[in-house]
Design a binder for this molecule. Structure first.
Ligand SMILES: [Zn+2]
Length: 225
């Protein structure tokens, strides 16, 4: 599942981070064909799908087209990786976040402001990914994770980081957004019986470029002359 890592130390960090993920969820995502990649966001060359990393506040992302989760090498932390991994899990299960329970949960969290953080209410897919990530973090581990993130990126706004993650663990989520907590608990409990999307092997950088070129050509052809 790990396709690109700069060195063994980062590989160990990835393995450590993935220990928070229930094994059934890991198996689902692996079976779906998702791969994990770690890059230096300042490197001269990055695959086209990972260009997002060049944006100032992007430390990781998931490309549904390429089926690749990618993170910056100085941000291989649960706070980044678990969120992006959850987007892949969403797709691996046929976009669970589009089901009424998640869509309604997101709408409710937005109107009542009962949420783990405002970012989680951007749309149902973010509601799913952010809540699932928080649910995988045990309460006693949260402070250590925030400290580790600050060590990796000393330039981060300490207060902002603390404020945006004050509810970012399982027990805290239960108080901040009981609906999301229950949806996550049910999802993990029912994981073995939930549907699985057909496998979609991750695209290579070259295959991704071809797909994008084909899209571009098609768009040009359909434009009125
Ligand atoms: Zn997201």
């Amino acid at each position: 599942m790990i396709r690109v890592v700069p060195d063994q130390q980062v590989r160990r960090q990835l393995h450590e981070t993935l220990q928070s993920v229930p094994s059934e969820a890991l198996a689902r995502v692996a079976q779906y064909g998702t791969v994990l990649e770690v890059y230096d966001k300042n490197a001269q060359e990055l695959p086209l799908y990972a260009q997002h990393l060049r944006k100032p506040h992007c430390d990781g992302s998931y490309s549904p087209t390429a089926n690749v989760v990618f993170v910056d090498q100085s941000n291989v932390t649960p706070l980044v990786l678990l969120h992006e991994f959850s987007h892949a899990l969403d797709m691996a299960m046929g976009e669970v976040s589009k089901q009424a329970s998640w869509v309604d949960g997101c709408a409710r969290a937005l109107t009542t402001r009962t949420c783990i953080r405002p970012y989680a209410t951007r749309n149902p897919a973010e509601y799913f990914a952010d809540n699932l990530a928080a649910h995988m973090i045990e309460d006693p581990k949260l402070v250590g994770m925030l400290q580790a993130r600050l060590r990796q990126q000393p330039g981060l706004d300490k207060l902002e980081l603390a404020r945006s993650h004050v509810n970012y663990s399982r027990g805290r989520q239960q108080k901040a957004d009981p609906t999301a907590h229950q949806l996550c608990a049910e999802l993990f409990a029912q994981l073995p019986t939930l549907p699985q999307a057909p496998p979609r092997p991750a695209l290579t950088p070259d295959q991704y470029r071809q797909v994008k070129l084909a899209e571009l050509r098609q768009r040009k052809q359909s434009q009125p002359t």
